[in-house]
Design a binder for this molecule. Structure first.
Ligand code: IPM
Ligand code: MG
Length: 365
């Protein structure tokens, strides 16, 4: 297969982890006879510095023409001025909107070898395997707002949802659940918010089309508690933009480290393969405190390439091979500092990437 991948390395540790992810994809191409063309583009803080905008037009165009986009992370203290006209995060929100990526898929799977790296008790974590599907281009992130200027004593954001926005993301979540353990929890705050009452009504309508699913509606505050009390009881969770943002950071702790979790942002735009054009990124941020030290965990970025191979290129065998290679490296007790514990061997970013590629090369299928 021939495919074009845009790489948005971004800021902080972004370039280090996407470097390793690209290296892994190059080995996949070589081993399985594909041609991947990588196109590096600017987005975020570095784009502000070099081109004066967090999302240059060339980047949007390149992403539109690509089969998939691989992203590192954006942001950092350098661009944190509250009065700045542009911010790195604005670029990320804008590219999600431009590419119509209405669903963010965040699988949370506990790698057996890392059970000791979590702050939660082993018996709570046993069997955790869930997917959070977060609505990504609506809600309070994009509703009408009033910024607080320097003198203002008032500011607001609006949580606005429309029926079609809720329908498409709940449908995607329902389809995902049908391919898994057939359980779906829809999250809202319907006891207080009007937009959540709409969410619950629309979700109920959509889910009526899936009688085989075991479904429940859970208030977001209760969900934040259930997630650390009985995480293994969840299969697919669907939530609006802000609730999904918060719950996925919480859920990432079930996997031991944020450095382990990949994500896919998907929409209804098809790529040249007839599959969804997606944006794939680790769920962690740009971690400016450890940038440039070669200690960042590249596994979330590498596992994001597995999601990319699967969802945007339809290469299931290759995706599974990348995931198996990561498992094998963990099995041998090799760790980056964020997931290290007594008895493990600590390595840096590039060595971790090299170990994954050598496992991949050695794989027989
Ligand atoms: C995420 C991040 C972003 C978000 C930030 C960086 C804008 O927290 O992808 O979860 O809030 O969506
Ligand atoms: Mg977040």
């Amino acid at each position: 297969m021939e495919a074009t991948i845009v790489v948005l390395a971004g800021d902080g540790i972004g370039p280090e982890v996407t470097g390793e992810a690209q290296k892994v994809m190059e080995v996949v191409a070589e081993k399985y006879g594909h041609q991947f063309h990588f196109s590096a583009q600017l987005m975020g803080g570095r784009a502000i510095d070099e081109l004066g905008t967090s999302l240059p037009d060339e980047t949007v165009e390149a992403c539109r023409r690509a089969d998939a986009v691989l992203l590192g992370a954006v942001g950092g203290p350098k661009w944190d001025n509250p009065n700045a006209a542009d911010r790195p995060e604005r670029g990320l929100l804008a590219i999600r909107k431009e590419l119509r990526l209405f669903a963010n898929v965040r699988p949370v799977k506990l790698h057996r070898q890392l059970i000791g790296a979590s702050t939660l008790k082993e018996e709570v974590l046993q069997g955790v395997d869930l997917v959070v599907i977060r609505e990504l281009t609506g809600g309070i992130y994009f509703g009408p707002r009033q910024e607080a200027g320097a003198e203002a004593a008032e500011a607001y954001d609006t949580m606005l949802y429309t029926r079609p926005e809720i329908e498409r993301v709940v449908r995607l979540a329902a389809e995902t659940a049908m391919g898994r353990r057939k359980k779906l929890a829809s999250v809202d705050k319907a006891n207080v918010l009007a937009s959540s009452r709409l969410w619950r009504r629309v979700a109920t309508d959509v889910l009526a089309e899936y009688p085989e699913l075991e479904t429940e509606h859970v208030l977001v505050d209760a969900m934040s508690m259930h997630l650390i009390r009985r995480p293994a009881s969840f299969d697919v969770i669907v939530a609006g933009n802000l609730f999904g943002d918060i719950l996925t950071d919480e859920a990432s702790m079930l996997a031991g480290s944020m450095g382990m979790l990949p994500s896919a942002s998907l929409g209804d735009v098809a790529n040249s393969q007839g599959l969804p054009l997606g944006l794939y990124e680790p769920i962690h941020g740009s971690a400016p405190d450890i940038a440039g030290q070669s200690v960042a965990n590249p596994l979330a970025a590498i596992l994001s390439t597995a999601m990319l191979l699967r969802h945007s290129l339809g290469l299931e065998r290759e995706a599974a091979a990348v995931e198996a290679a990561v498992d094998q490296v963990l099995e041998e007790g090799v760790r980056t500092p964020d997931i290290a514990h007594t008895g493990t061997e600590v390595v840096g970013t590039q060595v971790m990437g090299d170990l994954v590629t050598s496992k991949l090369r050695a794989m027989t299928a």
